[in-house]
Design a protein around this ligand. Structure first.
Ligand code: PMP
Length: 438
């Protein structure tokens, strides 16, 4: 009872003093006071475990002992010092996961900062000003990024933040719900829209600095980009003198299973890649990865770039431990195998539940699109919301909803997720859908 009072008090104080942007999951259902986390589980103040199918940030598992030990050890030795040896070794390891055109890393502390810097690099290097993004994108919380993240702009029409005046918003290249559905042509058709946009801006006397997109757009609904899309877009963008920036902040570090970075599934080599969230397993470290040439051009024009916490020793020790654990525990192959199993089981489930309109994903990043069913593709955000609530209350399993219509269940657990966890998730979803729709 005392604990319960504490929780209510905490909620009251939070409501009073903390900006609501510090999101509270399950605010309307059952706010959970998470006391600690281990592996793929979160525990409340009563030591009740919740299966975390949401947290891609704690990539190798909550409080992985090797990651914790690396951070603690470094923190007790030296926290901050300019010019570190560690950056050399980690940078080599990080670059070895990228295609061979990449040769330079800028360290920052969040995905937002990484994308802000990527925009600055693109504008500086090209001397151009315009930016193309896709509808439903989310690239960060700074003013310029909110202004081009239509996911946020739509939600916050009354926020007073105006759209980024340099942003051009291309269609969400969604083969399930979007306007082009034929897999043979959708990639080039969506890319054709990007080309038309470039033509329009040039007619207005403006020039393209960069195209920015996630490789598996998350907030836009876990959209599996049509084959050939990036290749065709990259050609158009490069012909216009722009750079191609891929945001892997949410998707990277092997979660996609087949590849370390999901953009590789499209067979392209971006000019700039931004990485973040899983990089530090919850510790704030992120980076902009680019070619030596772009970095050289940029640094010649902006040699004064400064960021006090860039590549600090604790962040680097943590990030290095994350890469080591991914390697030692074979997590990329694990994501491929387990993700493949979950996807195949979900496809079977879709035969039983007509409200499952589509299932798609890469490795352990999976979207389940809920519709009105019975031949209708109409998005069913209400059902997604009820499923999320019921899976929590019934089975203590945490999933979330996302997408332009909030009708896509988003599954992206810590990568130590097991086959038994997958079966619990699948059984729970099956039972909850049966309850809610039959
Ligand atoms: N890009 C993408 C695709 C993201 O998902 C996020 C975070 N949700 C960001 C950028 C911003 O990262 P951060 O919250 O670390 O600033």
């Amino acid at each position: 009872r005392l604990e319960q009072l504490e929780k209510e008090k905490a909620l009251e104080l939070r409501k009073k003093h903390v900006a609501p942007s510090l999101g509270l999951h399950y605010a309307a259902v059952k706010p959970i006071k998470v006391a600690y986390g281990r592996g793929q589980y979160l525990y409340d103040e009563w030591d009740e475990p919740y299966l975390d199918c949401i947290n891609n940030v704690t990539h190798v598992g909550h409080c992985h002992p090797k990651v914790v030990a690396a951070g603690v050890e470094q923190m007790s030795k030296l926290v901050h010092s300019p010019g570190t040896k560690m950056a050399d070794s980690y940078t080599q390891q990080l670059l070895s996961t990228f295609p061979d055109n990449m040769g330079h890393v800028f360290y920052v502390t969040s995905g937002t900062e990484a994308n802000d810097l990527a925009l600055m690099i693109a504008e500086t290097v090209t001397g151009h000003s315009e930016i193309i993004v896709i509808d439903g994108a989310y690239h960060g919380h700074s003013k310029p990024l909110v202004g081009l993240s239509s996911y946020k702009m739509k939600e916050k029409d009354d926020s007073g933040i105006s759209p980024n005046p340099h942003a051009w918003i291309a269609s969400n290249p969604d083969p399930f719900r979007g306007k082009y559905a034929d897999p043979a042509t959708a990639g080039t058709q969506y890319a054709g829209e990007v080309k038309e946009m470039i033509d329009s801006m040039e007619k207005e006397g403006k020039k393209l600095a960069c195209y920015v997109c996630e490789s598996f757009p998350g907030c836009a609904g876990q959209v599996k980009l049509p084959e050939g899309y990036f290749k065709a877009v990259f050609d158009h963008v490069h012909r216009a003198g722009g750079l191609c920036v891929i945001d892997e902040v949410q998707t990277g570090f092997g979660r996609g299973g087949e590849f370390f970075w999901i953009f590789q599934s499209q067979g392209v080599k971006p000019d700039i890649v931004t990485v973040g969230k899983p990089m530090g397993n919850g510790h704030p470290i992120a980076a902009v990865v680019t070619t030596k040439e772009i970095a050289r051009d940029f640094l010649a024009k902006r040699p004064d770039l400064q960021n006090e916490y860039k590549g600090n020793l604790v962040s680097l020790a943590v990030a290095e431990a994350v890469l080591r654990v991914v390697e030692e525990e074979g997590l990329v192959a694990h994501a491929r195998e387990l993700g493949g199993y979950i996807l195949s089981q979900l496809s079977l489930m879709a035969n039983k539940h007509p409200c499952i309109g589509d299932v798609r994903g890469y490795g352990l990043f999976i979207g389940v699109e809920l519709t009105e069913g019975a031949g209708s593709k109409a998005p069913n955000g209400k059902l997604a919301k009820d499923v999320v609530a019921k899976m929590l209350l019934r089975d203590k399993i945490m999933v979330m909803q996302d997408g332009l219509d909030n009708n896509v269940l988003k599954i992206k657990p810590p990568m130590c997720f097991t086959r038994a966890n997958a079966d619990s998730l699948l059984q729970s979803l099956d039972a909850v859908l049966t309850d809610l729709t039959q």
